[in-house]
Design a protein around this ligand. Sequence first.
Ligand code: 4G4
Length: 254
Amino acid sequence: MNVTVLTLFPEMFSALLVGGIIKRAVESNRISIETIDIRDFAKGPHRTVDDRPYGGGSGMVMKPEPLAGAIRHAKQSHPGAFTLVLTPQGRLFDHGLARELARCAELILVCGRYEGIDDRICQDLADEELSIGDYVLTGGELAAMVVIDAVGRLLPGALGNEQSAQEDSFSTGLLEYPQYTRPRSFEGFDVPDMLLSGNHGAIRQWRRQASLVRTFLERPDLLLDQPLTPEDIVFLERLHRDIEITLDRHSTTS
Ligand code: 4G4
């Protein structure tokens, strides 16, 4: 996959090359990350990239011309690229979208600064606006790096271990089960016995149930659109019944 990033701060993207899976994916040519400095497409002695907002208000807005020049330049080199602008009002990025984007051969990511970018850029030159979450950043660069990281690790061969991405939280649609490594006892807290049993079937079941309970407690919204297996239903019904038994005891004794 090729990712072309349009930004006023190309140096920021060297952060992706500091260690880890994305660095290796770059080194093994699974992903190439190219940056284009939007200021290179600004005209005039001052290479101005921002201007005051029509209608008034505080702060500055990115001018459309340098952005349009940079996007058209990127599209010339990558005619089939899917063009995304990182903005707080975009479609919410999630693991499902990361998986879809991982199937693209070429992406163009447009990063805004100041109070935002001239809306005609989003309307005319981008395929989609993307938001990494409901908060405001000082620029689109960190959002673009989040997208590159999440998508990059899903590219074939990026993890070295194809199972890891499949076993991920969100591949199951549930939160991850708790993980433990040595030592067996740490500051008075022990690793659950089941994980030391060597019974792989029982361990798989324990992990699935731990995922279900975690998801119910922390993110019940995720369970609404996930397919549950018959075994999941049996487990949850047993839990439900045990809770009811406990509650009944309390209401008859108090
Ligand atoms: C475009 C328009 C993305 C870019 C406005 C970008 C949050 C996200 C920016 C802005 C961003 C996100 C300055 C408001 C840059 N902030 N949630 N900031 N702003 O993905």
